[in-house]
Design a protein around this ligand. Structure first.
Ligand code: ADP
Ligand code: ZN
Length: 531
């Protein structure tokens, strides 16, 4: 219809109030919705949790016809559609999980103009039957979710997405909106080009969350470190503590409760009733701490989460960003705190190597982990590094609100230490044909005659005891940082240390290795904690 922009805007706002029950648009949402309602194409880059869905759902409701949403996340379609129906939105989906009859019902609803939104898997859109169906009713807008899947060199490339350029050719008058949460500048260009949207307006929400203070510390006694952090900075605050395993979730929740901090566990192993009860307590109560696996948080929209703590390393920077992003939605100062240690790296590598998935999948997982490690070990501003990861580096000099900005880490020349460590790895391998994990290597460097050192005659190696100038925790720091810099690698079920191609440059003295100083003593609580 012939709606003017102002009329569209007020209709959009009215829809936001009436259907979704929200007071106001967030950030760029309003401009995006207005542009698409008026018939314009848009490419939207917005972080996860930023509110991308409303950017196409509202235009679909305001404009006449059905909004068609292309999404690769088939597993989520049913939930999305259920959630919309609960709000009174007429939504349906078509994908491979349905049988013939179910699909027929949706088709009939679509043809009768009884759908506001229709979710489709991209492979459906390649079929002539689907295209014919779509041409037989009115379409209000095409939304292409996870649009970075069209980028051929990206992590998530899906060949089916390439066919989406035909939408613009067959339906030149229907506005298109492409949305993604992960896109570098290059990916952004590729989206525009491959989807054939040269006229599209680009909207780029900042990934920056200035009220969140990022801090990553060396793991020593993580539960005690967490306890002192909470006692000293977040007494009585609501927050989320993430752990990798269910077991460690349980233990940490117990530990906190025993030490006077109200905490409940949340993981997929608890029965649905307990999970729902803990979740609703978290939403309702003022200062509850939820200790959880990453199963917790999807769709949780609690504005006053004051801290998110990680006791284990997230698998990727995306994961870290998403999880820490649950803090401080109200814009007030909040903390993203993490304790991380060498064991995390070894454990994650093991999980990747022993886990499911083909070689390409493992390589991707390893790349993700490497970026996460680099963030942990950086001596630069954490926020700049985080934003650079999402392709938004130009804007941010040092932020002044992360640990490395607040207390710049001291660095030292670790070249000689790196050489000692790498030569130990080389010697074991060349002279003995052996590979060992970090513990044994550090014991050798420190000249410790442990049972295992004696058993393997490692006190006879020429490198035995050459690292006595550094402490155990300093050596572990060296190992971690060499891993993060790609100068050392860890492999196999036992987490053995091996050289990388780049190790040679250190051994041949072709480069220096600046390292971050370890804190002299791990910051364990001044106050008492009962185990
Ligand atoms: P994304 O798809 O970008 O990850 P969603 O569209 O799922 O994000 O939105 C994330 C959360 O924010 C949802 O719980 C959603 O209901 C909420 N939300 C989005 N926009 C608004 C708004 N304008 N006001 C209040 N809540 C909003
Ligand atoms: Zn900073």
């Amino acid at each position: 219809a012939d709606t003017t922009e102002t009329l569209g805007e007020s209709e959009a706002l009215a829809t936001l109030h009436r259907v979704f029950g929200y007071d106001a648009f967030r950030g760029e949402q309003e401009a995006i919705v207005e542009h698409v309602v008026a018939g314009g194409d848009a490419v939207v880059l917005m972080p996860t949790g930023g509110g991308k869905s409303l950017c196409y759902q509202i235009p679909a409701l305001v404009r006449p016809g059905t909004g068609v949403v292309v999404s690769p996340l088939i597993a989520l379609m049913q939930d999305q559609v259920d959630a919309l129906r609960a709000l009174g939105v007429r939504a349906g989906f078509m994908n491979s999980t349905q049988d013939f009859d179910e699909r027929r019902v949706v088709e009939a609803e679509f043809l009768a103009g009884e759908l506001d939104l229709l979710y489709l898997a991209p492979e459906r859109l390649r079929l002539d039957t689907t295209l014919d169906l779509l041409s037989r009713a009115k379409i209000s807008v095409f939304a292409i979710d996870e649009a970075h899947c069209v980028a051929q060199w990206g992590h998530d490339f899906r060949p089916d997405y390439l066919a989406l350029s035909l939408l613009g050719e067959r339906w030149p008058d229907v506005p298109r909106i492409a949305l993604t949460a992960t896109a570098t500048r290059a990916t952004h260009r590729e989206i525009t080009q491959r989807l054939g949207m040269p006229e599209a307006r680009h909207f780029e929400a900042s990934f920056d969350r200035p009220n969140i203070q990022y801090r990553i510390i060396a793991k020593a006694d993580p539960r005690k470190q967490l306890l002192s952090f909470l006692r000293e900075e977040h007494a009585g605050d609501a927050g989320i503590v993430y752990c990798l395993s269910r077991n460690s979730v349980e233990k940490t929740a117990e530990f906190l409760s025993r030490n006077g901090i109200e905490a409940v566990p949340y993981h997929a192993g608890l029965d649905a009733g307990t999970r729902a009860a803990h979740q609703s307590r978290f939403l309702r109560e003022e200062g509850l701490v939820v200790v959880a696996t990453i199963a917790f948080g999807m769709g949780i929209d609690k504005p006053d989460v004051r801290f998110v703590a990680h006791l284990d390393l997230p698998k990727s920077v995306e994961g870290y960003y998403q999880e820490t992003g649950r803090a401080g939605r109200d814009g007030l100062p909040s903390t993203a705190w993490m304790a991380y240690g060498l064991q995390d790296v070894v454990q994650q590598r093991k999980l990747i190597q022993s886990g499911e998935g083909d070689e390409a999948f493992r390589r991707r997982a390893a790349t993700h982990l490497d970026s996460m490690l680099a963030l942990c070990e950086t001596v630069q501003c954490r926020r700049s590094q985080l934003l650079a990861y999402f392709g938004q580096d130009q804007r941010t000099p040092a932020c002044g609100n992360c640990d490395t900005c607040l207390a710049p880490p001291e660095t030292w020349d670790g070249t000689v230490a790196a050489q000692k460590l790498l030569s130990t790895v080389v010697r074991l391998q060349r002279e003995r044909g052996q590979k060992f994990g970090a513990v044994q290597i550090v014991d050798i460097l420190l000249g410790r005659r442990t049972a295992k050192v004696i058993q393997f005659d490692h006190d006879q190696l020429s490198v035995f005891g050459i690292g006595e100038d550094l402490s155990d925790s300093e050596w572990r720091g060296v190992v971690r940082q060499l891993l993060a810099q790609g100068l050392l690698a860890v492999e196999g079920e036992y987490g053995t240390l091996v050289l990388t191609e780049a190790s040679g440059t250190v051994l041949r003295r072709e480069r220096e290795v600046p390292l971050r100083k370890e804190p002299p003593k791990p910051a364990v609580s001044r106050s008492s904690a009962s185990k």
